[in-house]
Design a protein around this ligand. Structure first.
Ligand code: ZN
Length: 218
């Protein structure tokens, strides 16, 4: 038993690496994706596995509904956050103070259990000559949220993308969220939330700037 453990670990590690490579960025080409009928068949199998009858009246359309729901939950793979941030405005009269979009609600799913992660994001940046429409910041949150996630990665992806595309003086992202995989299953701790943050540029270098931002997330 102890002899086989390292092999399993290594295999798991390798498959995780392959997975990451394939799914970096956006979804694979449409032709490589399973057909809708295959997805519905998989959901029928899951219903059967729970112990219920997928053919009974109340459940007969459930696999189709689940497929539509999952298409919405994971619609972020089909959208490009870099493209969303392309249109910027440069007539800003030298505005160089902090811009903070507060309490953006989002729904995501954890990549370990596909259980909901419900939370809010605070997104701030200090522009360097150009700004982006504020709704675009919320769109970036949504695009990354509507993928399989862990909160730490979601936080970093939002901050890194804004930083890479807008090239501002700094970016700050704070996320507070509850994870259904720990509130409704497993350890069962309702009421607990997870707070993550990523600070770049002036938010990382200047404690006063960081503090000003964090005071808006309290
Ligand atoms: Zn989970």
């Amino acid at each position: 038993m102890t002899g086989s453990a390292p092999a399993v670990t290594e295999r798991h590690f390798m498959s995780a690496k392959v997975h990451k490579t394939q799914w970096a960025g956006t979804a694979p080409a449409a032709a490589d994706r399973p057909k809708r009928a295959d997805v519905e068949a998989a959901f029928r199998t899951i219903i059967q596995w729970t112990g219920d009858d997928p053919e009974r009246d109340g459940l007969i359309d459930t696999p189709a509904r689940m497929a539509r729901a999952f298409a919405e939950f994971f619609s972020g793979y089909a959208q490009d956050p870099v493209e969303i941030l392309q249109k910027t405005f440069e007539e800003i009269e030298g505005y160089d103070e902090m811009i903070v979009l507060r309490g953006v609600r989002f729904e995501s799913h954890c990549e370990h259990h596909m259980a909901p992660i419900i939370g809010q994001a605070w997104v701030g940046y200090v522009p360097d000559g150009r700004v982006v429409g504020i709704s675009k910041l919320a769109r970036v949150v949504d695009i990354y949220a509507k993928r399989l996630q862990i909160q730490e990665k979601l936080t970093a992806q939002i901050a890194n993308t804004i930083n890479d595309v807008l090239k501002p003086q700094g970016v700050a992202v704070v996320i507070k969220a509850t994870h259904n995989c720990m509130t409704t299953r497993g350890i069962h701790k309702p009421g607990a939330d997870l707070v993550t943050s990523r600070m770049l540029g002036c938010f990382r270098d200047n404690p006063l700037t960081r503090q000003e931002f964090l005071s808006m997330t309290a």
